[in-house]
Ligand binder design. Sequence first.
Ligand SMILES: [Zn+2]
Length: 297
Amino acid sequence: MSSFANLKRGRSDLAKLTKAIEATSQPAEAGSKDDTRFWQPEVDKAGNGMAVIRFLPAPAADGDDALPWVRVFSHGFQGPGGWFIDNCLTTVNEKCPVCEHNSTLWNSGIEANKEIARKQKRRLNYIANVYVVSDPSNPENEGQIRIYKFGKKIFDKITEAMNPEFADETPVNPFDMWEGANFKLKIRNVEGYRNYDKSEFAEKSALLDGDDAKLEALWKQEHSLKEFLEPKHFKAYDLLKTRLDKVLGFEGDVAPKSKAIDAVVENFHDAELAALDTKIAVSEDDDDLNYFKSLAQ
Ligand SMILES: [Zn+2]
């Protein structure tokens, strides 16, 4: 447990957060559909939606060194043998059979293989605690602490707030309860995909009028984020490998393909993975939910 006094004293530690963003490493993934702790903004039939949330500091339960978010990689794609939808083991710094396979495909230099690697690449999501300030579609969520899972686009907005582009803008720590800012989520439907470009932070303001007693109570109610890195959220390498072989239609033909993969992929490092992500990056606009919805259709 970290103490509330420490939280208030150390809250402007932007350097720590920035460093964590820059580091190519860690965190987690979770199945969110049936988990009532999760919150998602709702969109109307036209695909438009709006809500106001406040990102919260790292939960008391996660200790002093915790960050206000965790990162989770996952894979979601269809092969001849069915769907592969699972968390990626690189989230917890372990070898992932899908990422290894993608690396082999990419390094083959064959364009068709590269295309498959793009389709199967790991996707990054972030998980954070938010206070729901305004949720016009579901007002019963207002005033609640929920977990919000979001993609790169929204995380970029957070990073921009912390490191503004222009000299006349003041850096804001969006996770600060006293001097942070509400986040206005504005969702539009652009060519069939959820688009968050219009979302923005509001002016700096104290959450709950800066009432320390209320804020401390709120903070202590936050959900643990470290939980999403626990082994229960990840299948073992061999299980994932078996599933991958099935999805790719390698069953009965496992030996030769596996050997080929093993020959190319020996040591897998985060830096290589990050480089691979950059190389095979397609549009990062895709919202995870949206993405899986499109998969299911
Ligand atoms: Zn992976």
